[in-house]
Design a protein around this ligand. Structure first.
Ligand SMILES: [Zn+2]
Ligand SMILES: [Zn+2]
Length: 380
């Protein structure tokens, strides 16, 4: 958490107990979160740090261990489990060191930190983007703490009052007696302060954010393209959602959408081209070009006979080194003239003569795919 306990408190190994105590007191008052409403997050961090350091250096045994072995010598037994507010409290005997300043240790300690709302955005990408591993540039709108008032909403922190309805906790408890001895307690967000625990003096609202504490901003970020990105994928980037004062920023949620491609279909990292060719092309050879995802024009030459639904492969040319598959669809002529049949019979190999029996002659009819039972279609 912290680096060197001595440095944290601004003391040395030879400093006396009293000096260490004095140094801690001074820093603890300086960094108490209740005294640092405008930068509470940092103050909490600092406060924990100095308390952790003090817990070790004020304890003779722990200090000895720490001097000899560093943090490793503390055997995790330590300081971190100490409640920094208890330590602070016991030192000041429960009395507020801030004079009139309102210190409420219990609410401070138990208060649930608010989290900003998530922000959503869409990102469309092309197969070209994916193939070239192009960086993803995103723009989205989110609420950021107003820079003018640093998220106070008013011109000065003295115009911020604790909400009396919820006592500054942002939540209100309600106890309902359901029957003799049966009590139900519910906690719900405070409607007076909208869960902020604060009431702003409307006379001194910040002119930049108009008391909203936040301002809408368009943000742009660039991220690396995930290797296996696919349509419908979602990603979350923590902390890029709406900011809230004294709370944790929300998340940015991105949904990815893949644009349809006019040449390729995608199956995982493989690319598929469906080509429709004529019967003549399937028998005598076929060639075609296509523009690859990196703009290279690739020529394909097929000299061998191509059967209907034949699949050919080009290895290594898919995404991430996968393959391109070409599925050939062969279109047959609807009719053949007699002369053509005669020529074909001469040149094409014939099947062996079948013993044709004329006992029954039954004609067939072409059926559409829709007429076919699916079990029959599966056999095709
Ligand atoms: Zn309230
Ligand atoms: Zn403002």
């Amino acid at each position: 958490m912290s680096d060197d306990y001595y440095k944290v408190l601004g003391v040395t190994k030879t400093s006396s107990e009293a000096e260490i105590k004095k140094a801690y007191k001074k820093l603890a008052i300086k960094w108490h979160p209740d005294k640092n409403l405008s930068n509470k997050e940092r103050a909490e961090e600092e406060f924990k740090k100095i308390t952790e350091a003090y817990a070790v250096l004020s304890d003779k045994e722990k200090k000895q261990q720490y001097d000899r072995f560093g943090k490793a010598g503390l055997n995790n037994s330590g300081s971190r489990q100490n409640d920094p507010f208890n330590m602070f409290n016991s030192m000041f005997g429960g009395r507020s060191p801030f004079g009139n300043f309102n210190v409420n240790f219990t609410t401070n300690n138990s208060r649930v930190r608010r989290k900003g709302k998530s922000v959503y955005c869409h990102h469309s990408y092309t197969l070209e983007d994916l193939y070239k591993k192009k960086k993803i540039s995103l723009s989205f709108s989110r609420e950021k703490l107003c820079v003018k008032c640093k998220g106070l909403g008013v011109t000065d922190s003295k115009y911020v009052d604790k909400c009396s309805n919820c006592n500054g906790s942002g939540m209100v408890s309600r106890t309902v007696q359901l029957g003799p001895g049966i009590i139900s307690q519910t906690r719900s967000p405070c409607g007076v302060c909208q869960q902020t625990g604060e009431i702003l003096n409307s006379k001194y609202l910040c002119s930049h954010c108009n008391g909203k504490k936040v301002v809408k901003k368009i943000e742009s970020i660039t991220v690396d393209c995930p290797n296996k990105l696919k349509h419908g994928d979602k990603a979350t980037i923590k902390g890029l959602g709406n900011e809230v004062k004294d709370g944790i920023s929300g998340d940015l949620s991105i949904q990815f959408m893949e644009n349809k491609h006019n040449v390729f279909q995608r199956v995982g990292d493989n690319l598929v081209i469906i080509k429709t060719i004529t019967l003549l092309e399937s028998l005598t050879g076929y060639r075609f070009n296509f523009k690859h995802l990196d703009d290279r024009v690739i020529g394909v030459i097929e000299n061998n006979i191509i059967e209907p639904n034949q699949v050919n492969v080009i290895k290594g040319e898919g995404i991430n080194g996968a393959s391109i598959y070409i599925i050939y669809k062969v279109v047959y002529p609807k009719k053949l003239p007699k002369e053509a049949k005669a020529i074909l019979k001469k040149i094409l190999p014939t099947s062996e003569n079948v013993d044709f029996k004329k006992e029954y002659i039954i004609g067939t009819r072409k059926v559409s795919k829709g007429e076919c039972p699916s079990g029959v279609l599966n056999l095709i």
